[in-house]
Design a protein around this ligand. Structure first.
Ligand code: SAH
Length: 272
């Protein structure tokens, strides 16, 4: 190596070391924290949660999961409640980008899976636009968690050849879904955010051809010690729920697979 080249290599090395010390590059981990039970986190989620300097978390992230973040990590709550967004989504997007740009490793903890009714796409869009490094960690979505822990298989050779996830969130007091498609036989329909609109959902399905005695279940706090499963039919469930003092979060499962719950219910909760 010529003297000049050697000098240049040395300079490059110095520069690299300087960059590493002075300008630690921040990064965002968009992590699906699963449906609630802490041991349903993925191994990767847990590892990144323990590396992060800051944790930005939602209402659906359970306290037992928050307990697993690095002890000295800063915790920022940006939870959302129905019709009352604690922090608007745009502000969350910018917050994540700013934190990462200040050199922090940010764990963005979200309930279930970030890409299923989780607005994970919007968050990484902003990060991408602003040139912030990120990665997405999938999580067990509420449909999988609730179905497993309620003993209601989402597909089954004798019952359902397909499964559809929909949001039951009301917009201007109505739910805009393809009811004819959802009322067809041999499938399972899972409704996220459907508690408030449950009566509208049941009525719409009946109006589009579902039998009024078609099976439907509501799973409250799925996978957690307080899990409750209430089963009924499209005509009876709204009333059963009205009398049951339901607590969020709740998931609705519609289809003849619901009849298997009685037989396949394996998860022992505090109440049974
Ligand atoms: N990204 C999340 C869903 C967020 S939308 C996921 O993949 O699971 C929030 C809705 O998810 C709630 O209104 C409820 O319908 C459902 N949900 C989330 N966790 C739940 C749980 N433990 N039990 C029942 N429903 C749950």
């Amino acid at each position: 190596m010529f003297a000049g080249q050697e000098q240049q290599a040395e300079l490059q090395l110095q520069q690299a070391l300087y960059n590493q010390e002075q300008h630690t590059v921040g990064e965002v981990y968009v992590i699906g924290a699963g449906p609630g039970a802490a041991d349903l986190l993925t191994f990767r989620a847990l590892r990144l949660m323990q590396q992060a300097d800051v944790v930005v978390y939602d209402r659906l992230v359970s306290p037992e999961i928050l307990d697993l973040v690095r002890r000295d990590a800063e915790k920022i709550y940006v939870g959302k409640e129905r019709d009352h967004h604690t922090v608007p989504q745009e502000n969350i997007n910018t917050l994540l980008a700013e934190l990462a740009k200040s050199g922090k490793r940010v764990a963005r903890l979200k309930g279930g899976d970030p890409f299923i009714f989780g607005r994970g796409g919007e968050e990484i869009e902003t990060l991408m636009q602003q040139g912030v490094q990120f990665q997405v960690v999938p999580g067990i979505t509420a449909a999988s968690g609730c179905a497993s822990y309620a003993g209601i298989p989402l597909t089954h050779r004798d019952h359902a050849q397909s499964v559809t996830f929909v949001t039951g969130h009301l917009k201007n007091d109505s739910i805009n879904l393809n009811w004819t498609q959802l009322a067809a036989a041999n499938q399972t329909v899972v409704v996220y955010m459907g508690l408030v609109g449950i009566e509208k959902i049941c009525n719409a399905l009946i109006a589009h051809g579902s039998p009024s005695d078609f099976p439907i279940a509501l799973v409250q706090e799925g996978t957690m010690q307080n899990q409750r499963v209430i089963t009924g039919t499209l005509s009876t469930l709204p009333q059963l729920i009205a009398n049951a003092q339901i607590k969020p979060p709740t998931l609705i499962i519609i289809g003849t697979v619901v009849t298997l719950h009685k037989q396949l219910n394996w998860f022992q909760t505090k109440g049974n």
